[in-house]
Design a protein around this ligand. Structure first.
Ligand code: HEC
Length: 431
């Protein structure tokens, strides 16, 4: 009986020997080729910016172009400098993640190390797509009132006020920005200015004789009441608010478009950027962009970053549940859970790293956004692949770090200017 069920020891030896004899030595691995292995990845992950007339300093669209830059490409992807994506992947998972996986970084490096073989163009996958996601529906398009040509090099931050033409309450459910001149537009942030704040921003605009006005960190003002409608960096796709939700816009509001012009790869030329939005007349749930900041930081001396210190930290944690109704103007109910769909973080140029997390009532900590190497030039907001539910008793914790040790440093405080700093979290929430 046992013989029938198992393999006899003798037979096993014979089978093993037979296998050993017939096995071929593993063939040497084929070299990776540009057309088969590298082009699809580079087109998808780099092509939105590294294109003729794009914001990046050189195109990466053909074999010759990528081959020429291969050592720089390897160095930039290994150091995770490119593609620009500041969020730490170990924190949580995001939608529209531009970063490369470890396998993709290995593939690019191996191709470079093997000499950058071209391969056969016929091996290229049929349709290589660069992400060019639009919006499912465009209901409103707003453009800068006039063209503007930047006058400062290499960086200029300029804000333009756009009229909001709708006469009824509307909800923004999707956002997309289109630069007027892609070669100089480094990023675009659209801020929503509610009717009661319009005069503050109008005064800034009126005080500047040229189109728009100079702005740096945000749209001006105190900077703690800003709601982002959306943000765009080159190659950026349309952003949709979570299904069934939208950002309420009252008639009489304005939109301030902050445009970061960068003249590193192209000369100044007139730009007229526009934004497109999907709108709804009503939504199941209102989405609220909640700024997150310790109110004491805005007071004089409240967020001191002393000169000469290499790692200055300011941190803040707070349970929002008891005041939900007050901070949302009565839209959310106090002491009930709410859902967070995405988060952003904002510092100026001395920032080194920052983190936004949920400190659970139980003591557990859940990361929402961790930016290990802050880069002022590549800020954005990050949508979660899975929304996070925050319960009463949980605290939302924000932490920012700065290096103020450079020669000639002076004490720095909260402010809107280039020489000031901020530590501002934002998150998109519904209830
Ligand atoms: C969102 C736009 C964008 C994307 C996507 C992007 N780049 Fe870049 N890249 C830039 C810009 C802009 C610069 C100029 C430096 C800067 O502003 O950071 C740059 C610079 C570089 C440089 C020079 C680095 C240096 O040290 O100066 C290399 C190499 C590079 N990119 C490779 C890549 C590769 C490879 C990819 C895709 C895997 C990629 N980039 C994706 C915008 C982008």
């Amino acid at each position: 009986m046992r013989r029938l069920l198992g393999v006899s020891p003798l037979l096993a030896v014979v089978l093993l020997a037979a296998c050993g004899e017939t096995a071929e030595p593993a063939p040497p691995p084929l070299p990776l080729t540009y057309h088969r292995d590298v082009a699809p990845l580079v087109q998808e992950k780099c092509g939105g910016c590294h294109v003729e007339g794009g914001i990046a300093p050189f195109p990466l669209r053909t074999y010759a172009e990528v081959f020429l830059m291969r050592q720089a490409v390897k160095a930039a992807v290994k150091a995770r400098i490119m593609p620009p994506w500041s969020a730490d992947p170990d924190c949580t998972e995001y939608v529209q993640d531009r970063s490369l996986s470890d396998e993709q970084i290995d593939l690019l490096s191996r191709w470079v190390d093997e000499g950058g073989v071209e391969g056969d163009p016929a091996e290229a996958p049929a349709n290589i797509l660069t992400p060019q996601g639009g919006l499912p529906r465009v209901d409103l398009q707003l453009s800068m009132p006039v063209e503007y040509s930047p006058t400062q090099s290499p960086d200029e931050y300029r804000c333009f006020m756009l009229d909001w033409p709708e006469t009824e309450v509307r909800y923004v459910t999707g956002f997309l920005a289109t630069p007027g001149r892609a070669s100089i537009v480094h990023h675009i942030i659209a801020f929503l200015i509610p009717p009661q704040d319009v005069s503050t921003y109008q005064a800034l605009d009126d005080a500047d004789p040229n189109p728009g006005y100079t702005c740096f960190g945000g749209p001006g003002g105190r900077g703690d009441r800003v709601a982002w409608i959306g943000a765009w960096v080159p190659g950026g796709e349309g952003q949709l608010f979570p299904a069934g939700t939208g950002l309420q816009v009252m008639p009489g509001s304005k939109v301030v478009l902050q445009i970061h012009y960068n003249l590193s790869s192209a000369n100044a030329a007139p730009d007229r950027t526009s934004i497109a939005m999907s709108l709804a007349s009503s939504v199941e749930k209102r989405a609220i962009v909640q700024p997150w900041v310790d109110p004491r930081w805005l007071q004089d001396g409240g967020m001191l970053i002393p000169a000469g210190q290499r790692d200055v930290r300011h941190a803040f944690a707070f349970d929002l549940a008891p005041v939900l109704s007050r901070v949302t103007g009565g839209v959310f109910r106090d002491n009930e859970p709410f859902t967070v769909h995405g988060a952003g973080l904002h510092m100026h140029t001395l920032g080194t790293w920052g983190r936004l997390e949920i400190e659970r009532k139980t003591g557990a900590r859940e990361c929402m956004l961790h930016i290990p190497r802050w880069d002022f030039h590549w800020q954005g907001s990050y949508g979660f692949a899975q929304p996070k539910v925050v319960k009463p008793g949980d605290r939302i914790a924000l932490e920012c770090h700065w290096d103020n040790s450079q020669p000639g440093a002076r004490d720095v405080q909260w402010g809107e200017g280039t020489g000031d700093e901020m530590c501002l979290g934002t998150f998109l929430m519904t209830q």
